[in-house]
Unconditional design. Structure first.
Length: 78
């Protein structure tokens, strides 16, 4: 873990960000507090077409996924 002062972080921000993106947390000391520079993990995104073969036309027709569904009101006085 890398620790730098706030002044050093201003001078080295690009290098510190690179460290954080590589998985090394960076502590930045201010006068009264400590800040943490750390990469936030992101959710992987499936490439286009990844789910295309999950539902075939027969499944969609049999499951009636394309038919409109009725909506029932829960209001006792519609």
């Amino acid at each position: 873990m890398t620790t730098v002062s706030i002044d050093e972080s201003n001078e080295q921000l690009k290098a510190l960000a690179k460290l954080a993106l590589q998985g090394e947390p960076v502590l930045i000391e201010t006068e009264s507090r400590i800040l943490l520079l750390q990469a936030i993990p992101t959710m992987p995104v499936a490439p286009p077409g990844f789910y295309d073969d999950i539902y075939d036309e027969e499944y969609i027709r049999d499951a009636k996924l394309t038919e409109p569904h009725s909506v029932v009101s829960l209001d006792p006085d519609p």
